[in-house]
Write a protein that binds this ligand. Structure first.
Ligand SMILES: NC(=O)c1ccc[n+]([C@@H]2O[C@H](COP(=O)([O-])OP(=O)(O)OC[C@H]3O[C@@H](n4cnc5c(N)ncnc54)[C@H](OP(=O)(O)O)[C@@H]3O)[C@@H](O)[C@H]2O)c1
Length: 319
């Protein structure tokens, strides 16, 4: 048997429950992953809440995961049982086992140097960050603003902009400022007075911006003189292309190779993606409330499985 986080009515996170089902078996061309960690994203609870339409029957939740391949179907050559992998399977990932029908599209091996926990938080946030940074293309010496720079997307986008040579100002709650400073990002508090603080922090002007917030933030950035064509918005909906003339390159614009690029950048120590907190699968509702309310820095994860030690592992520890 396997356990899956599911819901059958739109609403708050209290609609989530853990159900049991038969463990899926692989068919030709398929890979089964025993999930170790699953990553949470705001889009999960937006989908749960009905922002993208009513749930049709019963749905799983979550896209991001990492785990270990435990069964492969006929014809699979690139993956084998025991491989550590990570990737994304939208509406399914918070489960003990995942059946991956298109492993070449959805799975990558975890490179040496990338933690199996960190790997579980990259699929949506990482690909979104890269697509947006590609759209605004920061250059050496430019001042770039990243809002929500302590969040899952912002913390990656800000560090890529930094590594492209930009001076990066990032907004976050006060409690997350020390972390941003340690990553070479100049922190700034969001909320009332931000316009004055940004003018003071960048008297020479802001040349490009990665906006994770609402359309009011876009008004502010345009007032500050940031060229609309060099603002990317991932939080204000598609209408801002027409209303504000900004870019909205998000996850859908990511390229297949982006996730591998990010995995290597983390493994080699260029980019740091903090794991803010790990919850057990049974604590899924609490985990989403934490993401919504606690201002975590970096990613919130579920630890999906705690498998008993094998006899060999036990023997190695206690004889
Ligand atoms: N279009 C796409 O393809 C796409 C893909 C992924 C995400 N998104 C959207 O992008 C947004 C960010 O995603 P995420 O995963 O980074 O979320 P997250 O991990 O929850 O991070 C949210 C960030 O926003 C900051 N923040 C909270 N309230 C704020 C406010 N009033 N003003 C300015 N900043 C504020 C937080 O700062 P503190 O925690 O320090 O307070 C944190 O840095 C979400 O709306 C998400 O749905 C869109």
């Amino acid at each position: 048997m396997t356990r899956i986080v599911q819901y059958s009515e739109n609403g708050d996170v209290d609609r989530l429950r853990i159900e049991e089902a038969d463990t899926p078996r692989t068919g030709p061309g398929q890979v089964r992953v025993r999930v170790l960690y699953a990553g949470l994203n705001p889009v999960d609870w937006k989908i749960l809440g009905g922002a993208f339409g009513a749930v049709d029957g019963t749905s799983g939740i979550g896209a991001d995961f990492s785990g270990v391949v435990d069964e492969v179907g006929d014809g699979i050559e690139d993956f084998a049982p025991g491989d550590l992998v990570f990737g994304g399977l939208p509406h399914h990932a918070q489960a003990e086992h995942l059946l991956i029908e298109d492993p070449d599209e959805r799975l990558d091996k975890v490179p040496a140097g990338l933690g199996i926990d960190t790997a579980a938080g990259l699929y949506i946030a990482g690909r979104t960050a890269i697509a947006g940074i590609r759209a605004i293309a920061p250059t050496e010496g430019e001042t770039v603003y990243v809002s929500g720079a302590s969040g899952g997307v912002g913390i990656i986008a800000a560090q890529i902009a930094r590594d492209l040579g930009a001076r990066v100002i990032g907004s976050a709650s006060e409690a997350n400022h020390a972390l941003l400073r340690s990553l070479g990002i100049e922190p700034i508090a969001y909320g009332e007075g931000i316009e004055d603080r940004l003018r003071e922090a960048a008297p020479e002007g802001i040349r490009a911006a990665y906006s994770t917030q609402d359309a009011a933030e876009l008004d502010l950035l345009i007032d500050l003189g940031v060229p609309a064509g060099r603002i990317v918005s991932i939080g204000a909906g598609p209408g801002v292309v027409e209303s504000h003339g900004v870019r909205t390159d998000g996850e859908a614009k990511a390229r297949r190779e982006d996730l591998r690029w990010l995995a290597q950048a983390i493994a080699y120590g260029h980019i740091h993606v903090p794991v803010a907190r790990v919850f057990a699968l049974d604590e899924v509702q609490e985990a989403y409330r934490h993401l919504q309310q606690a201002h975590p820095a970096g990613k919130v994860l579920l630890r999906v499985e705690a498998k008993p030690l094998t006899p060999e592992q036990r023997a190695a520890v206690i004889g």
